[in-house]
Design a protein around this ligand. Structure first.
Ligand code: SF4
Length: 127
């Protein structure tokens, strides 16, 4: 809240880096989600949290604690984050992605906005 007050009073932009998406949503107007050094999704904060498109963003958001008893179903990813020194071929998320297809291991998906909106996603099969 202090950072947000400072941002408003000084009309400054911050780059805020964190792993807790609940905190990130609270403080941000725009969110970029990174995996293994790559931006995999970018969108206005409310849109990204309300309807995440990239499978990694969906898994991250499913891990945010909620008081809602009918809350989100947790998406548990298999395996560990690969070493950035020896990244996977194609899409860096493909060894752990629940939607992975053969194309994902061969090609890296570009970060694009198929509908021309302010949202961008790096996934061949984004939801
Ligand atoms: S491109 Fe394929 S592996 Fe990568 S996030 Fe999309 S579905 Fe998953």
């Amino acid at each position: 809240n202090l950072l947000d007050d400072i941002r408003r009073e000084t009309r400054t932009s911050f780059l805020f880096i964190a792993h807790d998406l609940a905190v990130v949503e609270h403080i941000s107007s725009r969110i970029l989600v990174m995996y293994l050094g790559h931006v995999v999704e970018e969108a206005p904060a409310r849109e990204l949290v309300g309807s995440p498109r990239h499978p990694y963003t969906q898994a991250l958001l499913s891990a945010v604690p909620t008081l809602d008893v009918n809350g989100r179903k947790r998406i548990v990813l298999p395996g560990d984050v690969p070493s950035p020194l020896s990244p996977p071929s194609g899409c860096p998320f493909h060894p752990r992605c629940p939607r992975s297809q053969p194309k994902c291991a061969a090609e890296a998906p570009p970060l694009v906005s198929p509908d021309g909106s302010a949202r961008r996603c790096a996934c061949f099969f984004a939801g």
